[in-house]
Design a protein around this ligand. Sequence first.
Ligand code: CUA
Length: 359
Amino acid sequence: MTATGRQGETVHVTRKSRAFARRWLPLCSLVFLVALLTGCQLDTAQSTTVIAGTHNAEVWNSYRVIFWLAGLVFVVVMLLTLWISIRFRERPGVSAQQIHGNTKLEVLWTLIPVAIVVVMAVPTITSIQREAQGPPADAIKVIAIGHQWWFEFQYPDLKINTANELHIPVNKPIAFEIRSNDVIHSFWVPQLAGKIDMMPGHVNSIWFAGTVARPEPYLGQCAELCGLSHANMRFRVFVDTPEDFNSWAQKVKSATPAPSDSLARQGQEVFQRSACIGCHTIQGTTAAGIVGPNLTLLGQRTTIASGTIPNTADNLFRWINNSAAIKPGSLMPPMGQSAGGALSDDEIRAVSAYLLSLK
Ligand code: CUA
């Protein structure tokens, strides 16, 4: 092949690919934009279409019927609109047609929507009735309390108090008492249950069973704008096998923190003499504050800062040093000297080691 030939070929290929791009780029961009604007995502962690709880399944049953009926109405109405616009349009020599007062048509387009609403009402009303019956008698009671900006979970019968990471046994109904400590929050685990408002001065309730046990947690999120760190108010739900749940519950109940290494021991000493104990509880110690999250067995949790960052020594250091740098508006005062607090970097490192040792 000659140099000219190759050059000619290159020009031809470039022209072809330009034509291809001109043709498909606008369409692809449009599809991408529509997907983006409708909130489509490949990650299903917060999708209500993944069914892993009885409450979500109940909602999905009604939603599915309504979705397909609404989809059918959309397609039929759009096609009719298009057909009518073309068929009865004004053309040279033909004036646009308009029809008034067709009784048959009017009765028809009143009756069809009525029939659709009746069909949608059947699964909706039966779901509402089933939900309104309340939880089965053997349900585990959990009190979920919204705080700015974290979640407290109390198991009154099991005498457990924990924060931001909820454990429940698979296929066991959980009866939630939903409360708030300050403003209106909303309890929502898209794949399991919700949303239900957490209201100050009012107790709401919801119940469900997690139906799919797995090691990875289900993501929960506050779903009501509640202030500066609303978006950072998350939690995790672990649907455990019955054995895993029992061993977790036993561990939390009988937690007796005894730090094994010297750094953790030093951290415990700093924790006990600092402002920490005014706000946090660590079971089996003199720390008994109830303003902030209960830190018993914190070392077992996968995340800190209300489910926003992984539970590592570095992140604990950053959090204790100046929590507002991670979670704007955080009500925990900065503890590090560099941020105006009382603790040196070494002391914070020791406290982080202590907290991580609680497992
Ligand atoms: Cu709590 Cu938004």
